[in-house]
Design a protein around this ligand. Structure first.
Ligand SMILES: [Zn+2]
Length: 266
């Protein structure tokens, strides 16, 4: 793989992330695995809007430098490492703090409803990993259970990460995640978020499996409100979809509910 070209591509994607407001200042980090134990990464503490290819750092899987540089790899490197270790098929990781996706992560919401057919076909759902202090085991332990079947994650009170076999695809997944969170936010603001019926979701599953976009195991493996698996007691950190969902009641409905509850406990 042409490493110089990879460095230029990372700068291009980083600039795109910055220009689209998916991150600001020194936020986020991007890496590409060019060989099993050789990864090119954005450096620590540099704005993604002002980077140059020669600023990229080359590290091994543990983040140790493989080329001399006055810049260090990001302190969030353990997040990249756990993804590369869990998924041999992944060669690129893009982590950012996109405002809508991060808004979901701050509000305690996952992106787990079947609201857009093309998102079910390409990305599936993006679960919300529990909060973990950046650069520590807490964060990697929180995301690790979701890595096998999801290609994009929300991280509570932090941001989002997407990964794929190529850098362009990883960026596309992050962009799709952000765009879908934005649409979901608008639908919720308008007062209703309708979902695609189960039978139609079934057809979408068949199409995405036929196209090779996702393995059949992802149906049960993904933590979605529309996947058939029982995701409530799976790997550590999983939580049932809707746990943090808000419910709106009229005053009359609330009074009726309270009266009914009081009657039951008499
Ligand atoms: Zn971050």
């Amino acid at each position: 793989m042409d490493e110089q070209k990879v460095k230029e591509e990372i700068v291009e994607i980083a600039t795109r992330c910055y220009d689209r407001g998916l991150l600001v200042a020194g936020d986020g980090n991007i890496s590409v695995r060019v060989a099993p134990n050789r990864i090119v990464s954005t450096p620590s503490g540099v704005s993604k809007g002002w980077m140059k290819p020669e600023m990229m750092v080359v590290v091994d899987i543990d983040g140790n430098p493989l080329e001399p540089s006055h810049l260090r790899v990001s302190s969030e490197w353990p997040m990249h490492r756990v993804i590369y270790q869990a998924r041999p098929d992944i060669n690129a990781v893009v982590h950012a703090h996109p405002p809508y996706a991060t808004g979901f992560a701050v509000a305690g919401l996952s992106l787990s409803k079947a609201i857009l057919s093309e998102v079910v076909l390409t990305l599936g759902c993006a679960p919300l990993a529990a909060y973990g202090t950046p650069s520590t085991r807490e964060l990697t332990d929180a995301i690790e259970p979701y890595l096998e079947f999801h290609d994009a994650l929300l991280m509570a009170n932090h941001g989002a990460v997407a990964y794929a076999d190529t850098l362009e695809k990883a960026f596309n997944k992050l962009e799709t995640l952000e765009h879908t969170c934005k649409i979901s936010f608008i639908a919720r603001s308008l007062g209703n978020e309708n979902t695609i019926p189960d039978r139609a979701v079934e057809k979408l599953f068949e199409i995405r499996e036929r196209n090779g976009a996702m393995r059949p195991e992802a149906r049960a493996g993904q933590v979605c409100s529309y996947t058939p698996g029982d995701n409530s007691d799976g790997a550590a950190g999983r939580r049932r979809d809707g746990e943090n969902e808000q419910v709106t009641l009229t005053r009359a409905e609330l009074v009726e509910l309270l009266v009914e509850s009081a009657r039951l406990f008499q």
